[in-house]
Ligand binder design. Structure first.
Ligand SMILES: Cc1cc2nc3c(=O)[nH]c(=O)nc-3n(C[C@H](O)[C@H](O)[C@H](O)COP(=O)(O)OP(=O)(O)OC[C@H]3O[C@@H](n4cnc5c(N)ncnc54)[C@H](O)[C@@H]3O)c2cc1C
Ligand code: FES
Ligand code: FES
Length: 1178
């Protein structure tokens, strides 16, 4: 719909202190895409697009002309207002920004201008690996520090609630920011009295005589914090807000009109005229549908400038909160109000506060409104059950007047008589005080404590007859078990009049389970678990109320016994603590030699400033097209027809590319790039639509019509076994005499283990940019991959070209974890075929939902075991059957099952062992390499057996482990010889350093004393071999150039995935050429400089490439020998200049290969062994 009867207003906001005027603002445009595509600010990243990862975090500053303060405060509250807040730009419509100031990571600091201490400390404290999440981390802390110059550690941790990192682990990130905290807590070594940042030496490890250090950087070198350097709120925006107070703002595009009324009256008139128009406040609920490009709203109302909807007041009945107040604001109000009120009045507020502390992340809490939360009524929304149990009241208004309704279960169920009318809006919510005889509790259980939707949540309230435990009123509400919050109303009615005792509890549990139907097929799964949670919450409430009754009437009601007290209260995770120790370099090592020292990631600062360029950050090139794929909706089916005619009619669509357009080979021997006649999994790519913009390509993709003929799918491991559907032959390994072993065992146990799969969730989704060159059909392929050689090979073969025409480039990859070994080649083929067909550059950056749909992950596992053991815990025979769900193609499944078979013994020497492995072929997206490459499945499987043996024998788990661990010099089942000395060294050191035995004793004592809550502790040895089965995979190349000014360019075949491989290569080059790191640069991994690189994986990428770099540098150093000898006191630059004059080549290739499978090398080319790494999981 075009603009109603008015012209569109100019949208005015500031980004990083610069004014932005958008004359044709599109209400559907979201800030993230606007920043990246229009303003070319690519530091703000796309990670998920739905508010879940924090990679897109920016800071928003707003100004409220009514109270003449930066917004975020209320007329009646005196607390210091927060003036700036973090927000997920992926959900923020640009039209909501009129009058706001946006700060992105580029505005915080840059290498070009000045880096901010927040960026510097994160980089120097090693808080980034791949760096894709890093700008988001910086922005969350920046927003916090703009509001609290000296925050507490709890505030720092809470500020990062909404930011995910898949590489680094959160400890270094939190440590980086500990230096900003008001309480100067030591970041890593709390308890020891030493601070890691002080770089104290911790003395010598007595056993090896090596010096152990902590401390990764020198805090004395940190830039000081200087708030005066930050942007001020633009005075122009303050003036504008004053001037436009009474003005209605309208922004419109072809499809949508955005109206921001300035008064409640106007809003109500608009709502009467457009009853279907949504009120967009945080857009955190409505915005989740944005992937459906057909779903849009012709009119959108934005009520954020309406004072009545921002009101916060304390009345005689309770606290009234304006509907547009955000959840962070609600939290802050409650934090301020609760201590000021009598405790008995605050029970509902305390329950709300408890949920608000873990609900979503700070960005969502700062955007999501109370009104939006109430109206959108998501099944897992956490506040609605308590608001309902606490008898909250909605203050509604429409052009017909005002009214109040209860936020009750009828409202939450959406019953028409209890719902708000289409033309009504919620102006505010009255949250009443609790009373003396009332108890209210809230519970939520999610997959992790913060930033995860509840699996089940609950709001429970009971009102007793004064001075008694007779129930007068009872509310039991659950979220997460249906399409919206569910009330166990009938159960509650039956319990009125009952005493609060054990009989009532049993009855209540029975009634609730009867009333709430959760059939085995209930959507969301986890049915048994959810049913357990229903009664668990009820039980926790029961105990809390008993405890409360005793507190109120100690002589009438007895206290819970001591062993039950630990069931009360909230689990507090506190400030995480960790220690990072490393072996110091030899005291004799030259101070200039960086090898072995904790050098900051070569791109660390660029990660933190957002200047590190990932594939989708590359600026659009001339004529570039965007690509969207059409994927299979069927798990197994014949393709009867593909109709692209409608797609071609969509404005902006240039072409549709199918298997027919592939000039060469459509994929490889195992897998098609475009499905041709048949689809073998949901998510398989069938064709691709290329268009001028991504939105147009997506619209086009929706118009492609595919007719299928269904075939029988095989989905699970069980199905595959039944259908004898396997990817490869059985893999089998035998050692000793298994039957004899079982015969001599004291006992035999059998069991099974089922293990689900896992998503890689690399923060950077798969991305590729293909640019055809003008000559000879050459193509540049910029791709986020672990295996550039495979990309080159597959693209060349698809285009029927020689590999020498395809130039692959990878500067860095935003996380991979095995997920970017095989699939990126296919994505590159899709884009390259499209580029070949259209003759234009093509960008294919997958959205998260598509990436997750198309790609596989970790293999689901099923294992059967039969274990024979002696009374003392020794396992003397084991028969293992292992199955993985490989999905629809071979991919890496053959190797993964081989690794499982080889690694399933873990650290245990089982004398009689038989392992059989099967990779099942099913109609799921192909599962692939994933961190650990089969070991996590194998390890869990064998540890399950150890636990089963320990349980049967009654021995402590660690004793059974010790009994079975390899000792002395041994041979594995696959006949590799190795010495278990290090395994035992590592084991004993872990037992000792962790103080395992005394902590275990404390755990046991706690568990003895506590009936409900239990603690646990475990120590598990681990043998993990790195590298590949095929020896030729352990080869690597490098190319080192020395330029005439003495600067050095290092290239090698390894790919930067966040592990810091380039940093390490520069360290090696620095050592070998004896020049400072500042002389050496790494540009990119490219097939044009170092050909035929193997994939960077298997934990050996650094080791093999380092040897190649070392080789190249040593060659160069040798060449410089005569020059150096002639002028030993000369400078590096002099030698280089002289060498050039003497026609000595200043460029060398280096090469490394593993000589044989036992790692035996020769003097010229020493080889690395295939390592066995030992460690203990604790
Ligand atoms: C990543 C993520 C994580 C989340 N995690 C949690 C969580 O852990 N726990 C939890 O409880 N919730 C969670 N949420 C949900 C969040 O609480 C809700 O999305 C939010 O409260 C909705 O508010 P909003 O202002 O963004 O609504 P919007 O999306 O702006 O609007 C939602 C709906 O409400 C209507 N509406 C808004 N205001 C009014 C009004 N005043 N009168 C009438 N109608 C109105 C709109 O018309 C629209 O239909 C999460 C959301 C996201 C995106
Ligand atoms: S939260 Fe916005 S991209 Fe993930
Ligand atoms: S460094 Fe955080 S996701 Fe890679």
């Amino acid at each position: 719909m075009a603009c109603l009867d008015k012209q569109s207003d100019d949208l005015v906001f500031f980004v990083n202190g610069k004014k932005v005027i958008e004359r044709k603002a599109d209400p559907e445009e979201l800030l993230l895409y606007y920043l990246r595509k229009e303003l070319r600010l690519s530091g703000t990243k796309y990670g998920c697009g739905v508010g879940g990862c924090g990679a897109c975090t920016v800071m928003l500053s707003t100004y409220d002309p009514v109270v003449k303060k930066i917004r975020y405060l209320t007329a009646q509250f005196s607390f210091t207002p927060q003036r700036h807040h973090p927000a997920n730009s992926c959900l923020l419509p640009i039209c909501s920004l009129h009058g706001a100031a946006v700060t992105t990571v580029e505005g915080v600091g840059s290498i070009k201008n000045r880096i901010n201490p927040i960026q510097e400390r994160l980089a120097k404290c090693h808080g980034s690996q791949c760096g894709f999440c890093t700008p988001g981390m910086v922005m969350s802390i920046y927003a916090l520090l703009r509001n609290h110059v000296k925050p507490s550690m709890e505030q720092i941790i809470s500020a990062l609630d909404g930011n995910l990192c898949r590489c680094t682990g959160y400890r270094p990130i939190i440590d980086s920011y500990a230096s900003f905290a008001k309480e100067q807590t030591c970041c890593q070594l709390r308890g020891t009295g030493q601070c890691c940042l002080e770089q104290e030496e911790l003395g010598c490890s007595s056993s090896a005589g090596v010096r152990i250090r902590s401390g990764l950087c020198n805090p004395a070198e940190f830039l000081p914090v200087d708030p005066t350097q930050e942007f001020i709120f633009p005075p122009e925006l303050m003036r504008m807000a004053q001037e436009q107070q009474g003005k209605t703002l309208i922004f419109c595009s072809k499809r949508t009109t955005w109206i921001s009324p300035s008064s409640l009256k106007e809003l109500l008139e608009l709502k009467a005229k457009h009853p279907k128009a949504p009120l967009v406040v945080g857009n955190t609920s409505l915005g989740l549908n944005k992937n459906d490009c057909d779903a849009y709203h012709p009119i959108v109302l934005h009520p954020l400038r309406i004072p009545e909807m921002q009101v916060v007041s304390i009345t005689d009945d309770g606290i009234v909160i304006g509907a547009t107040c955000c959840l962070a604001q609600l939290r802050d109000i409650l934090i301020e109000t609760i201590p000021k009120l009598p405790e008995e009045k605050t029970k509902i507020y305390q329950a709300l506060l408890q949920q608000l502390r873990t609900l979503a992340g700070e960005q969502i809490r700062s955007m999501a409104s109370l009104g939006g939360h109430v109206v959108s009524r998501g099944s897992a929304w956490d506040l609605n059950p308590i608001l309902c149990a606490g008898k909250s009241v909605l203050n509604l208004a429409s052009d017909g007047g005002k009214r109040q309704i209860f936020l009750d279960d009828q409202f939450l169920a959406g019953h028409k008589h209890a719902d708000i009318e289409p033309k009504e809006v919620i102006v505010s919510v009255l949250i009443p005080y609790s009373t003396k005889d009332e108890f209210i509790s809230a519970f939520r259980q999610a997959e992790r404590q913060k930033n995860a939707f509840s699996i089940v949540n609950s709001g429970l309230r009971v009102l007793f007859s004064p001075g008694t435990d007779t129930i007068v009123d009872l509310s039991i509400l659950y979220g997460g078990i249906g399409s919206t919050t569910f009330s166990a109303r009938k159960s509650c009615e039956k319990l009125i009049g009952r005493q609060w005792n054990d009989q009532m509890l049993s009855e209540a549990c029975k009634l609730v389970l009867e009333e709430i139907s959760l059939p085995p097929s209930a959507s969301g799964g986890k049915v048994e678990y959810r049913r357990t949670l229903l009664v668990s919450f009820l039980f926790r409430f029961y105990l809390e109320v008993l405890h409360g009754l005793h507190q109120m009437y100690p002589f009438r009601y007895s206290e819970l016994s001591q062993d039950k007290m630990s069931a009360l209260g909230v689990l507090q995770s506190g400030v995480p603590q960790g220690v990072q120790l490393y072996q110091d370099v030899d005291p004799g090592q030259s101070p200039q030699d960086p090898v072995g020292r904790p050098i900051m990631h070569q791109s660390g600062i660029k990660h933190a400033t957002g200047e590190a360029v990932f594939i989708d950050d590359i600026r659009p090139v001339d004529g570039e097209l965007s690509l969207a794929v059409v994927t299979s909706m069927k798990a197994h089916a014949k393709i009867k027809s593909i109709d692209i005619s409608e797609a071609l009619q969509v404005p902006g669509v240039i072409n549709v590319v199918t298997a027919k357009d592939v000039p060469g080979k459509n994929g490889n021997d195992e897998e098609e790039a475009f499905a041709k006649d048949k689809v073998i999994c949901v998510g398989q790519i069938i064709c691709a639509v290329v268009a001028e913009t991504l939105t147009q390509a997506k619209r086009g993709a929706k118009k492609v019509k595919i007719v299928y003929e269904d075939l029988q799918p095989v989905l699970t491991i069980k199905d595959a076994i039944e259908h004898n559907s396997y990817i490869t032959e059985e893999r089998k390994l035998e050692k000793g005499d298994i039957e004899k072993g079982f015969k001599s065992a004291d006992k035999i146990i059998e069991g099974e283990l089922h293990m689900g799969g896992q998503e890689h969730f690399y923060l950077e989704t798969n991305s590729v940019l293909v640019i055809p060159r003008m000559e000879d059909k050459e193509m540049d392929v910029y791709v986020s991959t672990q295996h550039a050689t495979d990309v080159q090979k597959l693209v060349a073969s698809a285009l029927n070209l020689q590999s020498n025409k395809i130039m692959c480039h990878t500067k860095r990859v935003g996380g991979a974890f095995g997920g970017k070994i095989t699939k990126p080649s296919f994505f590159a083929v899709i884009a390259a075929v499209a580029a070949n067909k259209t003759g234009r550059p093509v960008r294919f950056a997958l959205e998260r939902n598509m990436d997750m749909l198309i790609t596989g992950g970790r293999h689901p596992f099923f294992g059967k075991y039969k274990v024979g053991f002696m009374k003392d815990g020794r396992i003397i025979a084991a028969d293992f059957q292992c199955y993985i769900n490989g999905g629809c193609t071979k991919d890496e499944s053959e190797l993964v099952i081989e690794y499982i078979v080889l690694k399933v013994d873990n650290a245990y020497n089982i004398p009689n062992l038989r392992v059989r492995g099967h990779a099942c072929k099913t109609n799921l997206p192909s599962n692939t390499a994933f961190r650990g490459f089969g070991f996590p499945q194998a390890g869990l499987f064998v540890e399950t057996c150890i636990v089963a043996v320990a349980t049967k024998t009654g021995l402590p788990h660690e004793k059974v482990r010790e009994k079975n661990m390899y000792r002395g010099v041994n041979r594995t089942a696959f006949k590799e010889e190795f010495d278990a000395e290090n395994l035992w060294k590592c084991w004993k050191e872990c037992l000792d350093k962790s103080d395992y035995h005394s902590r275990n004793a404390k755990v046991e004592e706690f568990n003895r004393k506590n009936y409900w809550k239990k603690k646990g502790i475990a120590i598990i040895p681990m043998k993990f071999s790195v590298g590949f089965n095929a020896t030729y995979f352990h080869q690597a190349g490098a190319l080192v150039h020395i330029y005439l000014d003495g600067s050095v360019l290092v290239t090698h075949g390894g790919i930067e995935l966040g592990q810091g491989i380039h940093t390490k290569m520069l360290q090696i080059a620095s050592r070998e050429l004896k020049i400072p790191l500042s002389y050496i640069h790494f540009c990119e991994t490219s097939s044009t400089t170092v050909p035929n690189g193997k994939y960077t994986a298997g934990s050996v990428g650094t080791e093999i490439n380092a040897r190649a770099v070392q080789d190249a540098c040593q060659i160069l150093w040798k060449r410089l020998d005569p020059i150096r000898r002639k002028n030993p006191k000369g400078k590096w630059e002099d030698w280089i200049s002289e060498a050039h004059k003497k026609s000595i080549s200043l460029s060398a290739t280096g090469y490394f290969k593993l000589c044989d499978k036992h790692g035996l090398g020769n003097k010229e080319r020493p080889c690395i062994p295939i390592f066995s790494l030992w460690s203990c999981l604790f």
